[in-house]
Write a protein that binds this ligand. Structure first.
Ligand code: UGY
Ligand code: MN
Length: 319
Protein backbone atom coordinates (compact mmCIF):
# COMPACT_ATOMS: atom_id res chain seq x y z
CA UNK A 1 0.00 0.00 0.00
CA UNK A 2 1.14 3.49 -0.81
CA UNK A 3 2.27 5.70 2.01
CA UNK A 4 0.48 8.99 2.42
CA UNK A 5 3.64 10.91 1.45
CA UNK A 6 3.93 8.92 -1.83
CA UNK A 7 0.28 9.70 -2.57
CA UNK A 8 0.85 13.40 -1.81
CA UNK A 9 3.92 13.50 -4.05
CA UNK A 10 1.91 11.96 -6.94
CA UNK A 11 -0.93 14.42 -6.36
CA UNK A 12 1.42 17.42 -6.43
CA UNK A 13 3.13 16.05 -9.53
CA UNK A 14 -0.19 15.66 -11.37
CA UNK A 15 -1.32 19.12 -10.24
CA UNK A 16 1.89 20.63 -11.61
CA UNK A 17 1.42 18.87 -14.96
CA UNK A 18 -2.19 20.08 -15.14
CA UNK A 19 -1.13 23.62 -14.33
CA UNK A 20 1.60 23.62 -16.96
CA UNK A 21 -0.83 22.26 -19.60
CA UNK A 22 -3.32 25.03 -18.74
CA UNK A 23 -0.55 27.63 -18.76
CA UNK A 24 0.83 26.31 -22.04
CA UNK A 25 -2.50 26.64 -23.79
CA UNK A 26 -2.73 30.23 -22.59
CA UNK A 27 0.84 31.10 -23.42
CA UNK A 28 0.72 30.28 -27.11
CA UNK A 29 1.78 32.81 -29.73
CA UNK A 30 3.82 34.79 -27.23
CA UNK A 31 0.93 35.92 -25.04
CA UNK A 32 0.34 34.68 -21.49
CA UNK A 33 -2.49 35.43 -19.13
CA UNK A 34 -1.58 36.22 -15.54
CA UNK A 35 -2.90 35.51 -12.96
CA UNK A 36 -3.99 31.94 -13.64
CA UNK A 37 -7.20 31.50 -15.64
CA UNK A 38 -8.43 29.19 -12.92
CA UNK A 39 -9.35 32.33 -10.96
CA UNK A 40 -12.61 33.97 -11.94
CA UNK A 41 -11.97 37.18 -13.84
CA UNK A 42 -13.66 40.38 -12.69
CA UNK A 43 -16.15 42.29 -14.83
CA UNK A 44 -14.44 44.37 -17.54
CA UNK A 45 -11.20 42.38 -17.06
CA UNK A 46 -10.44 42.56 -20.76
CA UNK A 47 -10.62 46.37 -20.78
CA UNK A 48 -7.61 46.55 -18.50
CA UNK A 49 -5.81 43.51 -19.93
CA UNK A 50 -5.97 44.14 -23.66
CA UNK A 51 -4.95 41.42 -26.04
CA UNK A 52 -1.50 42.31 -27.28
CA UNK A 53 -0.62 39.36 -29.43
CA UNK A 54 -0.66 40.14 -33.17
CA UNK A 55 -2.29 36.78 -33.82
CA UNK A 56 -5.27 37.91 -31.76
CA UNK A 57 -5.32 41.38 -33.32
CA UNK A 58 -5.65 39.73 -36.70
CA UNK A 59 -9.04 38.42 -35.67
CA UNK A 60 -10.46 41.79 -34.61
CA UNK A 61 -13.45 42.63 -36.78
CA UNK A 62 -12.33 44.84 -39.66
CA UNK A 63 -8.66 44.86 -38.61
CA UNK A 64 -5.99 44.41 -41.25
CA UNK A 65 -2.31 45.33 -41.45
CA UNK A 66 -2.75 45.93 -45.19
CA UNK A 67 -1.97 49.42 -46.43
CA UNK A 68 -2.27 50.94 -49.90
CA UNK A 69 -0.50 54.22 -50.64
CA UNK A 70 0.58 55.95 -53.84
CA UNK A 71 4.21 54.79 -53.59
CA UNK A 72 3.94 51.51 -51.69
CA UNK A 73 1.53 48.85 -50.49
CA UNK A 74 1.60 46.14 -47.87
CA UNK A 75 -0.86 43.33 -48.59
CA UNK A 76 -1.22 40.90 -45.70
CA UNK A 77 -2.84 37.45 -45.85
CA UNK A 78 -6.12 38.41 -44.14
CA UNK A 79 -6.77 40.72 -47.12
CA UNK A 80 -6.27 38.16 -49.87
CA UNK A 81 -9.21 37.74 -52.20
CA UNK A 82 -9.02 34.61 -54.35
CA UNK A 83 -11.04 34.07 -57.49
CA UNK A 84 -10.84 32.09 -60.70
CA UNK A 85 -7.94 33.10 -62.95
CA UNK A 86 -8.90 33.85 -66.55
CA UNK A 87 -8.56 30.66 -68.62
CA UNK A 88 -6.77 28.63 -65.91
CA UNK A 89 -8.75 25.55 -64.93
CA UNK A 90 -9.52 24.34 -61.42
CA UNK A 91 -7.34 27.12 -59.99
CA UNK A 92 -7.81 30.13 -57.75
CA UNK A 93 -5.65 33.22 -57.86
CA UNK A 94 -5.17 36.42 -55.86
CA UNK A 95 -3.61 39.40 -57.63
CA UNK A 96 -1.47 41.22 -55.05
CA UNK A 97 0.37 43.74 -57.25
CA UNK A 98 -0.91 44.97 -60.62
CA UNK A 99 -0.26 47.92 -62.95
CA UNK A 100 -3.39 49.59 -61.56
CA UNK A 101 -1.16 50.40 -58.53
CA UNK A 102 1.50 51.95 -60.77
CA UNK A 103 3.75 48.90 -61.16
CA UNK A 104 4.94 47.72 -64.56
CA UNK A 105 4.45 44.08 -63.54
CA UNK A 106 1.85 41.86 -61.92
CA UNK A 107 2.42 39.54 -58.97
CA UNK A 108 -0.16 36.98 -57.92
CA UNK A 109 -0.64 33.88 -55.83
CA UNK A 110 -2.01 30.78 -57.49
CA UNK A 111 -3.65 27.88 -55.68
CA UNK A 112 -3.76 24.80 -57.88
CA UNK A 113 -5.90 21.73 -57.15
CA UNK A 114 -6.05 18.23 -58.52
CA UNK A 115 -6.35 18.34 -62.35
CA UNK A 116 -5.65 22.08 -62.48
CA UNK A 117 -3.94 23.68 -65.46
CA UNK A 118 -2.50 27.09 -66.29
CA UNK A 119 -3.33 29.38 -69.18
CA UNK A 120 -0.67 31.11 -71.24
CA UNK A 121 0.33 34.66 -70.31
CA UNK A 122 -0.97 37.45 -72.54
CA UNK A 123 0.91 38.16 -75.78
CA UNK A 124 4.43 39.57 -75.24
CA UNK A 125 4.32 38.92 -71.50
CA UNK A 126 7.20 37.18 -69.75
CA UNK A 127 6.43 34.99 -66.75
CA UNK A 128 8.30 33.88 -63.62
CA UNK A 129 6.87 31.09 -61.45
CA UNK A 130 8.11 30.10 -57.97
CA UNK A 131 6.70 27.10 -56.07
CA UNK A 132 5.68 27.80 -52.47
CA UNK A 133 3.88 24.54 -51.70
CA UNK A 134 3.39 21.18 -53.43
CA UNK A 135 4.70 20.13 -56.82
CA UNK A 136 3.71 21.42 -60.26
CA UNK A 137 4.66 20.02 -63.64
CA UNK A 138 5.89 22.43 -66.28
CA UNK A 139 5.47 21.20 -69.85
CA UNK A 140 7.69 23.30 -72.06
CA UNK A 141 7.48 24.22 -75.76
CA UNK A 142 9.30 21.01 -76.77
CA UNK A 143 6.85 18.85 -74.79
CA UNK A 144 9.45 18.05 -72.09
CA UNK A 145 8.06 17.81 -68.56
CA UNK A 146 9.81 19.29 -65.51
CA UNK A 147 8.63 18.69 -61.96
CA UNK A 148 8.97 21.87 -59.90
CA UNK A 149 9.07 21.32 -56.15
CA UNK A 150 9.01 23.88 -53.33
CA UNK A 151 11.80 26.44 -53.82
CA UNK A 152 12.06 25.67 -57.55
CA UNK A 153 11.20 28.16 -60.23
CA UNK A 154 10.85 28.73 -63.95
CA UNK A 155 11.22 31.76 -66.20
CA UNK A 156 9.30 31.67 -69.45
CA UNK A 157 10.19 34.27 -72.11
CA UNK A 158 7.35 36.10 -73.85
CA UNK A 159 5.25 34.11 -76.33
CA UNK A 160 6.86 30.76 -75.41
CA UNK A 161 4.29 27.98 -75.25
CA UNK A 162 4.13 26.13 -71.95
CA UNK A 163 1.69 24.85 -69.37
CA UNK A 164 1.71 24.20 -65.64
CA UNK A 165 -0.39 21.48 -64.13
CA UNK A 166 -0.73 19.77 -60.82
CA UNK A 167 -2.17 16.50 -59.61
CA UNK A 168 -2.54 17.72 -56.01
CA UNK A 169 -2.77 20.98 -54.08
CA UNK A 170 0.07 23.37 -54.88
CA UNK A 171 0.69 27.09 -54.38
CA UNK A 172 2.75 29.34 -56.64
CA UNK A 173 3.74 32.95 -56.75
CA UNK A 174 3.77 34.26 -60.31
CA UNK A 175 5.28 37.47 -61.68
CA UNK A 176 4.48 38.74 -65.15
CA UNK A 177 5.75 41.68 -67.10
CA UNK A 178 4.88 42.98 -70.56
CA UNK A 179 7.90 42.81 -72.81
CA UNK A 180 7.29 44.86 -75.97
CA UNK A 181 8.90 43.00 -78.86
CA UNK A 182 7.62 45.03 -81.72
CA UNK A 183 6.40 48.56 -81.24
CA UNK A 184 6.13 49.41 -84.94
CA UNK A 185 2.35 48.92 -85.31
CA UNK A 186 1.72 51.22 -82.36
CA UNK A 187 0.68 54.73 -83.51
CA UNK A 188 3.07 57.52 -82.64
CA UNK A 189 1.33 59.13 -79.60
CA UNK A 190 0.90 55.73 -77.92
CA UNK A 191 4.47 54.82 -78.81
CA UNK A 192 5.59 57.82 -76.79
CA UNK A 193 3.70 56.57 -73.77
CA UNK A 194 5.26 53.12 -73.81
CA UNK A 195 8.85 54.27 -73.96
CA UNK A 196 9.76 51.94 -71.12
CA UNK A 197 11.25 50.08 -74.04
CA UNK A 198 12.79 46.79 -73.13
CA UNK A 199 13.66 45.09 -76.35
CA UNK A 200 17.34 44.77 -77.11
CA UNK A 201 18.26 43.31 -80.46
CA UNK A 202 20.33 40.09 -80.26
CA UNK A 203 19.55 39.62 -76.59
CA UNK A 204 16.70 37.15 -76.45
CA UNK A 205 15.92 35.65 -73.06
CA UNK A 206 15.60 31.88 -72.73
CA UNK A 207 13.57 29.52 -70.60
CA UNK A 208 15.23 29.02 -67.21
CA UNK A 209 14.43 26.28 -64.71
CA UNK A 210 16.21 26.16 -61.38
CA UNK A 211 16.03 25.82 -57.65
CA UNK A 212 17.01 28.40 -55.05
CA UNK A 213 19.39 26.18 -53.10
CA UNK A 214 21.43 25.53 -56.27
CA UNK A 215 22.18 29.21 -56.72
CA UNK A 216 25.49 30.50 -55.34
CA UNK A 217 25.71 33.11 -52.63
CA UNK A 218 26.79 36.43 -54.12
CA UNK A 219 28.92 39.25 -52.81
CA UNK A 220 26.94 42.01 -51.07
CA UNK A 221 29.53 44.77 -50.52
CA UNK A 222 28.64 46.89 -47.50
CA UNK A 223 25.72 44.65 -46.54
CA UNK A 224 25.36 41.62 -44.26
CA UNK A 225 22.39 39.81 -45.78
CA UNK A 226 22.89 36.72 -47.96
CA UNK A 227 21.94 37.11 -51.60
CA UNK A 228 21.07 34.69 -54.38
CA UNK A 229 19.86 35.71 -57.84
CA UNK A 230 17.53 33.30 -59.59
CA UNK A 231 17.96 34.59 -63.17
CA UNK A 232 21.03 35.28 -65.29
CA UNK A 233 22.42 38.78 -64.91
CA UNK A 234 22.88 39.19 -68.69
CA UNK A 235 21.24 41.92 -70.78
CA UNK A 236 18.57 39.61 -72.16
CA UNK A 237 16.76 39.67 -68.81
CA UNK A 238 15.05 42.92 -67.89
CA UNK A 239 14.34 41.83 -64.32
CA UNK A 240 15.82 39.55 -61.72
CA UNK A 241 14.47 37.76 -58.68
CA UNK A 242 16.60 38.08 -55.56
CA UNK A 243 16.37 35.73 -52.60
CA UNK A 244 17.59 37.62 -49.54
CA UNK A 245 18.31 36.08 -46.12
CA UNK A 246 18.77 38.02 -42.88
CA UNK A 247 19.59 36.57 -39.46
CA UNK A 248 17.59 38.05 -36.55
CA UNK A 249 19.05 41.47 -35.74
CA UNK A 250 20.48 42.02 -39.23
CA UNK A 251 19.29 44.95 -41.33
CA UNK A 252 19.92 46.79 -44.59
CA UNK A 253 22.85 49.14 -44.17
CA UNK A 254 21.83 51.24 -47.16
CA UNK A 255 18.66 53.23 -46.58
CA UNK A 256 17.73 52.54 -50.19
CA UNK A 257 16.14 55.04 -52.57
CA UNK A 258 16.41 53.95 -56.21
CA UNK A 259 14.76 54.03 -59.61
CA UNK A 260 13.92 50.31 -59.63
CA UNK A 261 10.57 48.97 -58.54
CA UNK A 262 10.09 45.96 -56.27
CA UNK A 263 7.57 43.26 -55.61
CA UNK A 264 8.41 41.39 -52.41
CA UNK A 265 7.03 38.22 -50.81
CA UNK A 266 8.21 37.46 -47.29
CA UNK A 267 8.88 33.72 -47.26
CA UNK A 268 10.15 33.31 -43.70
CA UNK A 269 10.60 35.34 -40.53
CA UNK A 270 9.48 38.66 -39.10
CA UNK A 271 10.78 42.18 -38.99
CA UNK A 272 10.14 45.87 -39.57
CA UNK A 273 9.90 47.28 -43.08
CA UNK A 274 10.31 50.99 -43.56
CA UNK A 275 8.47 52.27 -46.65
CA UNK A 276 8.50 56.04 -47.16
CA UNK A 277 7.75 57.58 -43.76
CA UNK A 278 5.95 54.50 -42.41
CA UNK A 279 7.34 51.58 -40.42
CA UNK A 280 5.50 48.30 -40.72
CA UNK A 281 5.78 45.12 -38.62
CA UNK A 282 5.83 42.34 -41.23
CA UNK A 283 5.96 38.57 -41.26
CA UNK A 284 6.02 35.56 -43.58
CA UNK A 285 3.11 35.68 -46.02
CA UNK A 286 3.18 39.48 -46.42
CA UNK A 287 3.54 41.09 -49.84
CA UNK A 288 5.04 44.53 -50.48
CA UNK A 289 4.89 46.76 -53.54
CA UNK A 290 7.59 49.44 -53.73
CA UNK A 291 7.34 52.16 -56.36
CA UNK A 292 10.50 53.76 -57.79
CA UNK A 293 12.28 56.00 -55.29
CA UNK A 294 10.26 54.97 -52.24
CA UNK A 295 12.69 55.02 -49.27
CA UNK A 296 13.04 51.41 -48.13
CA UNK A 297 14.79 49.69 -45.24
CA UNK A 298 14.41 46.36 -43.44
CA UNK A 299 15.45 44.98 -40.07
CA UNK A 300 14.96 41.29 -39.26
CA UNK A 301 13.56 40.60 -35.80
CA UNK A 302 11.88 37.62 -34.21
CA UNK A 303 13.63 34.37 -33.43
CA UNK A 304 14.28 32.89 -36.83
CA UNK A 305 15.88 34.09 -40.06
CA UNK A 306 14.05 36.21 -42.59
CA UNK A 307 13.97 35.16 -46.23
CA UNK A 308 12.30 37.23 -48.89
CA UNK A 309 11.80 36.97 -52.62
CA UNK A 310 12.26 40.28 -54.43
CA UNK A 311 11.40 41.33 -57.99
CA UNK A 312 13.73 44.05 -59.29
CA UNK A 313 13.83 45.57 -62.78
CA UNK A 314 17.39 45.64 -64.06
CA UNK A 315 19.55 45.99 -67.17
CA UNK A 316 17.57 48.75 -68.85
CA UNK A 317 18.36 52.41 -69.23
CA UNK A 318 15.63 54.23 -67.30
CA UNK A 319 15.46 56.97 -69.97
O1 UGY B 1 18.58 45.18 -54.37
C1 UGY B 1 17.74 45.85 -53.78
O2 UGY B 1 17.28 46.88 -54.27
C2 UGY B 1 17.28 45.36 -52.42
N1 UGY B 1 18.39 45.36 -51.49
N2 UGY B 1 16.16 46.11 -51.92
C3 UGY B 1 15.44 45.73 -50.83
O3 UGY B 1 15.75 44.70 -50.20
N3 UGY B 1 14.40 46.48 -50.48
MN1 MN C 1 15.77 47.94 -53.15
Amino acid sequence: MQSFSAFLAKFIFLALILQSVVRFSFCQEGFCYSPSILEEQPLYWKATNPTLSPSHLKDLPGFTRSVYKSDHALITPESHVFGPLPEWSNTLGAYLITPSMGSHFAMYLVKMQEFSKSALPLKDVERFVFVLHGVVTLTDASGAKHNLEVDSYAYLPPNLKHSLDSSAAATLVVLERRFPLDLSPIPFPVYDLVMVYNYLENHASEQIIGSTSEQPLLETPGEVFQLRKLLPTSLAYDFNIHIMDFQPGEFLNVKEVHYNQHGLLLLEGQGIYRLGDSWYPVQAGDTIWMAPFVPQWYAALGKSKTRYLLYKDVNRNPL
